[in-house]
Write a protein that binds this ligand. Structure first.
Ligand SMILES: [Zn+2]
Length: 296
């Protein structure tokens, strides 16, 4: 297993080096799914700064399985500070599973928001089950990956609930998945749909391009992710966002889609970028947080 991982990592590194060689050091950063203007950084929604980073809510570091807890009581514990929620949208089960296998000895946790669950083969479902058993969260991203605002306008909220939410919830339940989190396809949302969906899920995620809106505020059940689509290496910008979470002991939420060896198109994030980001979170003694853990 370790050998296999090493080989995978070497292949990844080699492919990465080749890209660097052919493309120079250009770093592509694509914002990805863009939220509606109303979503972006509405400061009123995100609460005032005084609400941010109540350390009491962020999980007692001792609870997070700090290895220092067991064994040598003479060694002072390094307390974890702040956290990162990695979320992945759509239905890239094979790519996500490969990433999970590559990283499963790092202790990382992520939330995978799945759309069009009915298209999964039994092999995909087995992979998702293994990921859930490991400790990742499987969330809901819409049976038809529909734009919520348009669909509700045209068909009404009842049809939206049945065709987009309940139908997939029932199918997922048949396979042992009981999603408690939802991510809006295309970030398409409004406060009416939010309030209806919050009866069905304990937390929902939109998207934002505004850095300050990507952090969880205590008590939020509507949160916004920052894009890490298009990332080929962890940029200073993304590391800076994580650094801020650690400094202020708060949680930042990221979203991505497909993980690939190298970027050829939109909605892709390089595997090596994820490997390095996960390492960065661990090296900085921060927590991996699943999205439903934000609002217990
Ligand atoms: Zn999507």
């Amino acid at each position: 297993m370790i050998i296999l991982k090493s080989i995978l990592l070497i292949i990844t590194l080699l492919s990465f080096s080749m890209i660097q060689f052919t493309c120079g050091t250009e770093v592509i950063y694509v914002a990805g799914e863009k939220g509606e203007p109303g979503e972006k950084g509405d400061p009123g929604e995100k609460g005032d700064p005084g609400e941010k980073g109540d350390p009491g809510e962020k999980g007692d570091p001792g609870e997070k399985g700090d290895p220092g807890e067991k064994g040598d009581p003479g060694v002072p514990k390094i307390q974890k500070r702040g956290g990162v929620v990695f979320t992945f949208d759509d239905r890239f089960v094979d790519a996500w599973y490969d990433l999970h296998r590559l990283l499963d000895d790092t202790g990382w946790k992520a939330t995978f928001f799945i759309s069009r669950f009915y298209q999964n083969t039994s092999e995909h479902i087995d992979k998702l089950k293994k990921m859930q058993e490991y400790g990742h969260e499987i969330g809901h991203h819409g049976q038809g990956h529909r734009q919520a605002v348009n669909y509700v306008q045209e068909n009404g909220i009842e049809a939206y609930l049945e065709n987009e939410i309940y139908s997939q919830k029932r199918l997922m339940a048949e396979h042992g998945f009981h999603p408690t989190a939802f991510a809006y396809p295309f970030g398409s949302r409004n406060t009416t749909i939010d309030s209806v969906l919050l009866n069905e899920f304990k937390i929902i995620r939109g998207v934002t391009n505004v850095r300050s809106s990507g952090y969880y505020n205590t008590g939020d059940n509507l949160v916004f992710g920052l894009s890490i689509d298009g990332l080929s290496v962890p940029t200073a910008y993304v590391k800076g966002i994580i650094d801020e979470a650690r400094r202020d002991d708060k949680v930042v939420i990221f979203y991505a889609h497909e993980t690939v060896r190298y970027i050829t198109d939109s909605y892709k994030t390089e595997i090596l970028a994820m490997v390095e980001l996960v390492k960065y979170v661990n090296d900085n003694n921060m927590n991996f947080v699943k999205i439903s853990d934000l609002n217990r």
